[in-house]
Design a protein around this ligand. Structure first.
Ligand SMILES: *[C@@H]1O[C@H](CO)[C@@H](O)[C@H](O)[C@H]1NC(C)=O
Ligand SMILES: *[C@@H]1O[C@H](CO)[C@@H](O)[C@H](O)[C@H]1NC(C)=O
Ligand SMILES: *[C@@H]1O[C@H](CO)[C@@H](O)[C@H](O)[C@H]1NC(C)=O
Ligand SMILES: *[C@@H]1O[C@H](CO)[C@@H](O)[C@H](O)[C@H]1NC(C)=O
Ligand SMILES: *[C@@H]1O[C@H](CO)[C@@H](O)[C@H](O)[C@H]1NC(C)=O
Ligand SMILES: *[C@@H]1O[C@H](CO)[C@@H](O)[C@H](O)[C@H]1NC(C)=O
Length: 939
């Protein structure tokens, strides 16, 4: 008995435990209140629990109306940062597509979106060399760009915005800029305390630029549950930084914030760790603008520094805080075990390189310290959403008629350029929400009754529902604002309410009912233009037409002619003086002598046949084919519009470039600079570029000798820029797409010099200014200085491409950087394994060895170990005669191969020995340093 009851008790207890356990799991899986987790592209409507975060994620169907679900490619699945990155929703249709999330009006939120391309469409868009970017709107205002050009497809980009909900929903929209189909992987909404981030209000949102925590942190990202607001804190120690001997500090003491000063609620765990530097140093800089796709130049940044002294003793630590060269806070001393969050409320700073410095003051005995750091950029919430009543009613109309139009997404009126097709809005009162005044839904296949929602739109003036299949009666339409109601050619058969009749009779409403059953026997004017009245009308019209013609048309034509001639003359004069004006202002602003031709916009339009044939696209803009008056072919590079206004360094740069003449550098023929255009005109080279040639398939492959010739050509061009120009010109973006070929396969370098004009002019150009993924000097991350040795590094990558026929970054099956791949191949076996298979052993062994050796020299990680271009040229030149004379005898002789394998250069072997951790160094070298990116783990 006892035993039995005890046993029963036990089972009972364990059942209870089980229930409790299940409950705990369920309780844990509950997200904190207000958290919304959406896995975009997830197709199962029941959602799932993310195991790493222990939070449920839902499918996105109820938050979005458009788009297509996709999975990333299987080979990227294993590397996906988390579950959400494995699926995505893409938006091939429409220029704006929006998600709408429920919110509380006036409440502050953090909204995060992530993007992992994963080559879902198998188009390799992020690595095909073209521009791949799209825009994001928060509500009706521009938030940020997502730039995935030259991007590893397995990497995630995340974007965050801190914003105040304008209504009971917040929307985020993806904007198609015509440079790739927008997509999204996940969306997360996190409520903040309304006292947090005091610079965020209804008219100012901020976009995440960077958020770091310091100290000895192993997690790449710290988030929920350490941070109850689920902000992403990146580990500073996880990013590359060679510049300083950082020292990590930590404490187990709690770091508190004074009541009323916790505008940021930084978790204590984050404040308990800090970084300082060796006492021999007096300052530290935190530069956060790294990476090819990050453009800070046009941004206005607001930094927030979090400091807490966590040294056990009470040291004398004082420092000045700078944003670039500007002093933000003088003589700051962190409090012990208490956080000071330093920021200038509402002050957004221009700091094109996003560099912040902490400088020890003279009286301080210790160098500066830092615990955490956030930077935000300004998002102006200047555009207002459409009147909420109008929005509500339009949405009901949309639902009522089941209208699925690509543009009917997001806010109906705002911003103007994305307003719904068929609507017109009143924006005239700039401090009031736009109102809908016209709705044109004629010939839209509408069926059923008249949507009652139209009747509540208190500013609607013109409603056109003609040529549909509407049935029933016209409702008792009381709307005072309505002036035109066009219901012609429908199936309306019900009676017309008196209220409408009266308004029509009073001349307040123009009602058109032609072509409806209700007009079958009616002679009312609103049924006119129908068969009954038509004949009379037509007769009348026919009679009056000739008179009308003479009475109206003749004077009109005469007047038009006269007016037209006047306008033409004006235009002609204006056209001339317009150009003159351009020249005049140009003369006055720039006392420069530029010997090359200056084109007008009209001339460019003419020579490019209205910009018809695009021959290339790059970071700077689009390149068009053109033909000059004398028949010479040219390439017209039209620089991106956004850069025009600020490009003060453009002309000096053009002046410099116009003086560069070398057979291996593309010749600048002319330029255009005025309000309408900013363009450069170059010689056109019909042979395409080296990248195209190297990846040109199996049909045609360059011979070894041709490859060496092109390499020498390019090297000579660079040597000229580096050594023979004063001051020397750093190309900054040496890569195979920038090495063009003439019809004799002579290599000619293009795109030099330009990046400097843009970089220094603090303009809008992103990618090219800091090089291209795979070509970028690793030292650049530490110094942010581009030197001639930066070009040598990139040239080394080009040489490797020439030898191997491989792209600088490719999948094998994991992402691999070409120099590492070459090292691995050589370490594993033979140097011959690296050679482009299409050469079919038709190459000179000793010259191969020398070229590989030279290329690896060029890609040394320390710039000081790399050769100069002059040295590169002389080392390449030596190889060429040898190639020419020995080519015949060499081809297909395995003898050379065998002897070669035994004497792989020592240097290469040494490099190959630490092959195993090259994979991660590739990642940190090219990914970890980019602030907006990277693989991130579930928590
Ligand atoms: C506001 O709307 C105008 C006109 O549609 C647009 O040009 C502007 O970029 C918008 N502003 C923001 C911050 O998005
Ligand atoms: C960093 O922390 C780990 C433990 O998390 C510890 O083993 C290591 O020694 C620390 N490194 C430094 C430099 O403090
Ligand atoms: C904390 O600091 C001590 C030295 O002060 C160090 O030994 C320890 O590894 C640090 N712990 C972590 C987690 O960094
Ligand atoms: C900080 O101090 C260093 C060394 O004295 C100096 O080079 C640097 O210009 C200072 N930074 C600023 C912003 O003044
Ligand atoms: C009305 O409906 C008929 C049949 O459903 C269809 O054939 C016709 O195209 C529709 N007319 C309009 C204007 O939508
Ligand atoms: C019109 O709006 C009023 C309140 O603004 C609401 O009570 C009414 O139901 C609405 N009518 C329609 C047809 O939407």
């Amino acid at each position: 008995m006892m035993m039995v009851s005890f046993g029963a008790k036990l089972t009972w207890t364990s059942a209870l435990l089980l229930i409790l356990l299940v409950m705990t799991i369920q309780v844990q899986a509950q997200p904190p209140p207000g958290f919304i987790n959406i896995d975009c592209g997830w197709s199962n409507s029941s959602g799932y629990i993310d195991e790493a975060l222990v939070m449920p994620f839902s499918f996105d169907g109820e938050f979005v109306e458009s788009g297509q679900n996709h999975d990333i490619l299987p080979e990227f699945m294993v590397d996906a940062a988390n579950e959400q990155q494995k699926t995505l929703r893409s938006f091939p249709d429409g220029s704006r597509n929006c998600y709408t999330l429920p919110s509380t009006v006036g409440k502050k939120y953090l909204l995060r979106a992530t993007f992992t391309y994963g080559n879902y469409d198998r188009l390799n868009k992020s690595l095909d060399g073209s521009l791949f970017l799209f825009g994001l709107h928060i509500g009706v205002n521009f938030w940020d760009k997502v730039n995935l050009s030259n991007w590893d497809p397995s990497f995630a980009v995340w974007k965050e915005v801190l914003t105040v909900a304008p209504s009971n929903s917040v929307s985020i929209c993806l904007i198609n800029f015509g440079s790739g189909i927008p997509f999204i992987s996940s969306l997360e909404l996190r409520p903040l305390q309304d006292t947090m981030y005091p610079f965020v209000n209804a008219s100012v949102s901020v976009s995440y630029f960077t958020r770091y925590r310091f100290g000895n942190i192993t997690d790449f990202i710290t988030r929920y549950p350490t941070d109850s607001y689920d902000r992403f804190w990146e580990s500073w120690s996880g990013t590359i930084d060679y510049t300083y001997p950082w020292i990590s500090l930590n404490t187990t003491n709690k770091v508190e914030s004074l009541p009323g000063t916790d505008a940021f609620n930084v978790p204590s765990a984050i404040l308990q760790q800090a970084s300082t530097i060796d006492t021999n140093y007096s300052f530290m800089s935190v530069a956060v603008a790294t990476g090819p796709n990050i453009d800070t130049t046009s941004l206005q940044l607001l930094p927030v520094f979090h400091f807490a002294e966590i040294n056990r003793s009470n040291p004398n630590r004082r420092f000045d805080i700078y944003s670039a060269e500007d002093l933000l806070f003088a003589d700051f001393s962190p409090s012990r075990f208490q956080v000071d969050s330093m920021y200038k409320n509402g002050q957004f700073l221009k700091n094109a390189y996003a560099i912040f410095s902490l400088n020890k003051t003279d009286s301080s005995s210790l160098p500066p310290l830092i615990n955490a750091f956030e930077v935000y950029s300004l998002v102006r919430m200047e555009n207002l959403t459409t009147d909420s009543n109008d929005v509500k009613n339009m949405k009901e109309v949309k639902k009522h008629y089941n209208l699925a139009r690509a543009s009917w997404n997001g806010d109906p009126c705002s911003p103007r350029e994305y307003s719904w097709e068929g609507l017109s809005c009143d924006y005239s009162k700039s401090n009031q929400n736009p109102r809908i005044v016209t709705i044109n839904l004629s010939s839209s296949g509408l069926g059923g009754g008249f949507a009652i929602s139209f009747m509540n739109m208190t500013s609607l003036e013109n409603l056109d529902l003609s040529h549909n299949n509407l049935t029933g009666a016209i409702p008792d339409y009381q709307l005072k604002s309505l002036k035109v109601l066009n219901l012609s050619n429908n199936k309306i058969d019900g009676p017309i309410p008196d209220s409408i009749r009266q308004r029509v009779q009073a001349g307040l409403l123009d009602l058109r009912l032609v072509g409806n059953p209700v007009c079958a026997n009616s002679k009312d004017t609103y049924c006119s233009d129908t068969k009954s009245n038509n004949k009379e009308d037509k007769k009348k019209k026919r009679n009056t037409t000739p008179i009308l013609l003479i009475a109206v048309i003749v004077p009109v034509v005469l007047i038009s002619l006269i007016v037209g001639m006047c306008i033409l003359r004006k235009l002609y004069q204006k056209g001339k003086s317009g150009d003159n004006e351009d020249y005049a202002s140009y003369e006055e602003k720039t006392p420069l002598h530029i010997d090359i031709r200056r084109f007008t916009y009209a001339e460019l339009k003419l020579i490019t046949n209205n910009f018809q044939s695009i021959i290339g696209k790059g970071g700077f803009g689009t390149v068009y084919h053109g033909i000059l008056e004398n028949g010479d072919e040219v390439a017209v590079k039209v620089l991106m519009e956004t850069s025009i206004a600020e490009s003060t360094d453009f002309l000096p740069e053009v002046q410099t470039l116009s003086k560069v003449h070398h057979k291996n550098l593309v010749t600048l023929q002319g330029y255009c600079q005025n309000k309408k255009c900013l363009a450069l005109v170059y010689d056109f080279l019909p042979g395409g570029n080296l990248q195209q040639l190297l990846s040109g398939g199996d049909v045609y492959s360059l011979t070894w000798e041709q490859r060496l010739h092109i390499a020498l050509d390019a090297a000579q061009g660079l040597e000229y820029l580096h050594e023979l120009c004063t001051p020397s010109i750093v190309h900054r973006d040496v890569k195979t797409p920038n090495i063009l070929l003439d019809k004799n396969l002579v290599g000619i370098i293009s795109d030099f010099g330009l990046s400097r004009a843009f970089n220094d002019a603090h303009t809008h150009i992103s990618t090219a200014a800091a090089g291209t993924l795979g070509y970028l000097d690793p030292e650049y991350h530490a110094t942010f200085q581009l030197t001639v040795k930066t070009d040598v590094y990139s040239f080394g990558i080009v040489l490797l491409e020439i030898i191997t026929g491989q792209a600088p970054v490719f999948l094998d099956p994991q992402t691999v950087h070409l120099p590492n791949w070459v090292r691995q191949k050589i370490a594993k076996g033979s140097i011959h394994d690296v050679v482009d298979k299409r050469l079919l052993d038709q190459y000179d062994i000793s010259s191969l060895e020398s070229v590989v050796d030279l290329a690896m020299n060029c890609v040394e990680s320390a710039s000081i170990d790399r050769p100069t271009m002059t040295e590169v040229v002389s080392r390449l030149r030596v190889l060429l005669p040898a190639v020419s004379s020995e080519k015949q005898s060499v081809s297909g002789t395995p003898r050379f191969k065998n002897s070669m394998d035994t004497k792989i250069p020592k240097q290469l072997q040494m490099m190959a020995s630490d092959v195993s951790n090259e994979g991660s160094s590739f990642q940190s070298g090219y990914a970890g340093g980019l602030t907006e990116i990277s693989k991130f783990s579930g928590r």
